[in-house]
Design a protein. Structure first.
Length: 366
């Protein structure tokens, strides 16, 4: 099992635990300092699925508290939980260039990462999503500002240069009594590879007022003082956000490998890739929510099933919630709106209101 280098791991008040990640509570002050998770040296350079499995392992096996670690990847595209691979990624380009493709369990959009990126993982107890994002992003921005980079928290989950492009995007998902936040920090990157691998929808780029993936981003190497590279940046993140550490053992790594295998299962990796056209489909970019696509399969004017895709963040099992809300519903604009109002499936997706959901579904009948 894990070996603690410091026994004084910060304790958190168990009375503050909540049943729902959407219910506000004062968790923010208890997130940092986190305990740093040290991986065996041979675990540097693993595939993305390994580090995602480390997050799950720490969340499932460590006592109450917050834990953080950083990692780097060979060229990889990491898809959001609910994204359609064929719509978001140039799979032929990735295959030709040897770019790994993996799906994470958090929402949000697809990202390209290479050794010029620093990936961060934070495991903390469950709590209010907005407060969690704010505290994590604010502390990370403070760390970067201390080093000389002029950055600020922007949008629903980003850190950007003041007056400039995005340098860090973050996503989260919820496990039993735990939240996991992971971020991608752009120190440097291969712009050609990123441009070729990612094919984000035009609506998303237009909503940001930009014309391409490349024009949305900024690089930390261009703003940090000379001599601060990825090694120094990772060390600064640890010093600024953490106090104390734990070390993973070889036995821990064996158990992490078991979790890692699930990320390579075709049903998980390609499960959101559409194999056939649904009976009815609508899609929109919703302010504060992200891109949401809803596909209704119908038979004899009744909804048989509902499928979701997009870069939104889930606050529950949105697929199950939407199917429970709409399966069996008469496929009319009025009936769908009535079921949306009665069952409020929008509450399973961050930033989605009932009105926005109904407006989206109205597109089915235009």
């Amino acid at each position: 099992m894990m070996h603690k280098k410091h026994k004084n791991v910060p304790k958190q008040d168990p009375k503050a635990d909540l049943k729902s990640p959407t219910t506000p509570h004062p968790m923010a002050e208890n997130i940092f300092p986190a305990t740093f998770v040290e991986l065996p040296p041979h675990c540097d350079g693993e595939r993305a699925a390994f580090y995602l499995a480390v997050e799950e392992y720490v969340a499932s096996h460590m006592p109450e508290g917050s834990y953080l670690f950083t990692w780097q990847l060979s060229p990889t595209v990491v898809m959001g939980r609910n994204q359609d691979a064929e719509a978001e990624i140039d799979l032929a380009f990735c295959k030709a260039e040897g770019i790994d493709v993996i799906r994470r369990k958090s929402g949000g959009g697809s990202i390209f990462a290479d050794r010029g990126n620093i990936m961060t993982s934070l495991v903390t107890r469950e709590g209010a999503v907005e407060e969690l994002f704010h505290e994590y992003a604010s502390n990370m921005a403070e760390c970067l500002n201390t080093l000389g980079a002029e950055v600020e928290v922007s949008g629903r989950n980003d850190i950007c240069m003041k007056g400039g492009g995005k340098i860090c995007g973050n996503a989260f998902y919820h496990m039993a009594k735990r939240n996991i936040v992971h971020g991608t920090m752009l120190y440097d990157t291969d712009a050609r590879m990123m441009r070729g691998a990612l094919t984000p929808e035009r609506a998303k780029l237009m909503s940001k007022g930009v014309k391409s993936v490349e024009s949305r981003i900024a690089l930390l190497k261009d703003t940090l003082p000379h001599g601060i590279g990825t090694t120094e940046l990772r060390q600064s993140i640890r010093e600024h956000l953490c106090k104390g550490s734990i070390s993973l053992t070889e036995e821990d790594v064996k158990r992490i490998r078991e979790i890692e295998g699930g990320y390579y299962a075709p049903s998980f990796l390609w499960g959101k890739t559409r194999r056939s056209e649904p009976s009815h489909h609508c899609q929109a970019r919703i302010e504060g929510c992200g891109t949401l696509a809803i596909a209704f399969d119908t038979k004899e004017e009744k909804v048989m099933s509902v499928a979701l895709s997009g870069d939104y963040f889930e606050l529950g099992d949105a697929h199950a919630v939407f199917n429970n809300a709409f399966a069996g519903c008469t496929f009319t604009k009025e009936a769908l709106a009535k079921h949306a109002a009665e069952h409020t499936p929008n509450r399973a997706i961050r930033g989605l209101s009932t009105d926005a959901l109904c407006s989206l579904m109205e597109k089915l009948f235009e």
